[in-house]
Design a protein around this ligand. Structure first.
Ligand SMILES: [Zn+2]
Length: 79
């Protein structure tokens, strides 16, 4: 089974508007999360970090960039 990449997790937790591509990503990730406890745990961890960063950063874009850096340190990369 192919796990959700860190890049996709970042997109997933920071998704803002329901544009068509975001909707496709959300569906794809949710379908995988349904079957994979491992990725559920990683998404939950990423969501917690993102929410904290959002409170500190001025923009969502800044929070997203920092999330990417933080996840490099806290989550192992699995593709
Ligand atoms: Zn997975």
């Amino acid at each position: 089974m192919e796990h959700v990449s860190v890049e996709k997790i970042i997109e997933f937790v920071s998704v803002d508007r329901l544009s068509e591509s975001d909707l496709a990503l959300t569906r794809e990730v949710n379908a995988h999360l349904c079957d994979c406890a491992d990725c559920r745990r990683r998404v939950r961890a990423a969501q917690t970090v993102y929410d904290a960063l959002l409170a500190e950063c001025k923009t969502r874009e800044a929070a997203k960039k920092r999330l990417s850096r933080e996840l490099d340190e806290t989550l192992e990369r699995k593709i």
